[in-house]
Design a protein around this ligand. Structure first.
Ligand code: ZN
Length: 136
């Protein structure tokens, strides 16, 4: 099994980054024809999922997450650690930090309007590391 890493700088605060082309680069680099990429973003305040990466949905996703798990709320985590990122941890738990992407004939099996995204929910810019395990 191959292991690859993707390292990214984020702006934090719900920054959404399209990582699809990094995954395509991994597939080319390890010469994967048929298999699976398993990704995990290391940390408890970020998440991985897919979306149609366009400005409208980027705004919609940020808004719906703010409605579901608002920034300003009395989270026990914030009191316990004198922290301000209780919402960041909760959003990460709900969306999850890991993700599988199938690969067939050297291409990611994704829809034309389906991009793999990293969301950084922390309240400050961060450097994020995504580990990619390549199953062939
Ligand atoms: Zn925290």
């Amino acid at each position: 099994m191959e292991t690859q890493y993707i390292t990214l700088e984020t702006k934090g605060n719900g920054d959404i980054i399209d990582i699809t082309h990094y995954l395509e680069r991994v597939v080319t680099k390890v010469n994967l024809e048929d298999g699976i990429l398993f990704l995990n973003v290391i940390g408890s305040t970020a998440a991985l999922t897919t979306m149609e990466y366009e400005p409208g949905l980027i705004k919609d996703l940020k808004n719906i997450l703010e409605e579901l798990i608002p920034y300003r709320q009395d989270y026990a985590h914030n009191f316990a650690w004198d922290d301000d990122n209780g919402h960041s941890h909760l959003r990460s738990s709900f969306i999850k930090t890991n993700f599988f992407v199938p690969v067939t004939k050297g291409k990611l099996d994704l829809g034309t309007w389906q991009q793999v995204i990293l969301i950084d929910f922390d309240t400050c810019p961060r450097q994020r590391k995504i580990v990619v395990k390549v199953f062939s």
